[in-house]
Design a protein. Structure first.
Length: 58
């Protein structure tokens, strides 16, 4: 994902390098945050399936 923005930087020389890095890093950071939430939801659902009456009995 960094390669297309780097090519754009090299070919046109009008966009600063930090803009190219931001273009590449912001979506990656958002995807990593989304993956963290997906893992937490998956663990919660797995515990709900493995221990369905855990909260009811305690």
């Amino acid at each position: 994902m960094l390669l297309p923005s780097y090519i754009l930087y090299v070919l046109q020389s009008t966009i600063p390098l930090y803009v190219c890095v931001l273009i590449a890093l912001i979506p990656r950071a958002l995807m990593m945050g989304t993956f963290t939430f997906m893992v937490a939801i998956g663990i919660d659902r797995m515990l709900g399936i493995c221990f369905p009456f855990w909260l009811v009995l305690s």
